[in-house]
Design a protein around this ligand. Structure first.
Ligand code: NAD
Ligand code: LMR
Length: 311
């Protein structure tokens, strides 16, 4: 029986594909735990079709009779959705289609996050935390899908259970330049590169497969990843509220690992009781440094492209 005070979780783009895979997991307790009641504050664009679809999603949420879901707010107004929100999950934005790069979404989606950031500042709870899922992710804190993808690829190649693959973190952009650092990863507690025993595969197959996985899914589904993206957000937030967890998050680099100060780049963090601390102690070899330099250059270029929005 849930007795704790409910937390307010705002989700944008709630009638979209990721929204449909996400809301039921939040309401079931997968994100904040089995004892934490939630109020879902759901934002969709103020247009008849999406608003009607949002009502349908809310009807289904009711029909699940989730004990932890204590209330729902459905709205087309960002200031209503973010009012007193403790968590703001920014999903609502344009996905890319076949043949597009995530960077193609930069200008359009960037504007959405600027406006919503202001609304969050104005009305959300003082302790509000924000996770941006909408692409592109150069300023998006979520590289968890990439970490999950990388672990799955290594587990498959080594023929081991997924839990055997540990210490595998994502550096840089959520784009094909990202560096899934196999050089420090472990499989069954041993050096992953040694267990795989195929450096060429790690460099020339594994890295591009993980980096281009989003495009491969769009090619196969004619839609961008949704269930795995929602699952990654559940993992991301759950680990951020679980002290001791070490996981990949895009953070303001502050020059760590050679990233330009101020760009937001994936790297490992350890969740603490009051937030997280960045783990900046992994020593990178020349190959890793060259990969990080590449993804850093892309992030710096993308920041340049939207500098007028940041001004
Ligand atoms: P979708 O088109 O199915 O749904 C997006 C929803 O957002 C739509 O219902 C739309 O009406 C709504 N929306 C658009 N602008 C909005 C705004 N300003 N306020 C509120 N709602 C708004 O798309 P999707 O498949 O759910 O993907 C959403 C985003 O997530 C895309 O940008 C996609 O590229 C991105 N994505 C990120 C990751 C990741 O790992 N970070 C993974 C997959 C997808
Ligand atoms: C993904 O990685 O699947 C998402 O970011 C969607 C995309 O456009 O690649």
């Amino acid at each position: 029986m849930a007795s704790r005070k409910p937390i307010r979780v705002a989700v944008t783009g709630a009638a979209g594909n990721i929204g449909y895979a996400l809301l039921f997991r939040i309401a079931s307790g997968a994100m904040f735990g089995p004892d934490q009641p939630v109020i879902l504050q759901l934002l969709e664009i103020p247009v008849e079709g999406p608003q009607k679809a949002l009502k349908g999603v809310a009807m289904e949420l009711e029909d699940c009779a989730f004990p932890l879901l204590t209330d729902m707010v459905l709205t087309g107004d960002a200031e209503v959705a973010f009012k007193d929100a403790n968590w703001c999950l920014l999903v609502g934005s344009k996905p890319r289609g076949p043949g597009m790069e995530r960077a193609d979404l930069l200008k359009d989606n960037g504007k959405i996050f600027i406006a919503q950031g202001k609304a969050i500042d104005a009305v959300a709870a003082d302790d509000a935390r924000v996770a941006v899922v909408g692409n592109p992710c150069n300023t998006n804190v979520m590289v968890r899908l990439d970490e999950n993808r990388a672990r799955a690829q290594l587990a498959q190649k080594a023929g081991v259970a997924i839990d055997e693959v540990t210490d595998l973190y994502i550096y840089g952009n959520h784009s094909p330049t990202m560096f899934a650092d196999f050089t420090h990863a472990k499989i069954g507690g041993k050096d992953a590169a040694g267990v795989i025993g195929d450096e060429a595969w790690l460099k020339n197959d594994f890295l591009p497969t993980v980096g281009k996985r989003g495009a491969a899914i769009i090619e196969a589904r004619c839609l961008s990843s949704a269930a795995s993206a929602a699952n990654a957000l559940v993992d991301h937030v759950r680990d951020l509220v679980t002290p001791g967890k070490v996981h990949s998050v895009a953070v303001s680099s502050e020059g760590r690992y050679g990233f330009a100060p101020g760009v937001w780049a994936g790297m490992p963090v350890r969740t603490t009781a009051s937030g997280y601390e960045v783990i900046d102690s992994f020593a990178m070899d020349d190959f890793a440094k060259s990969k990080i330099a590449l993804t850093n250059d892309e992030l710096v270029g993308e920041r340049e492209t939207i500098k007028d929005l940041l001004a």
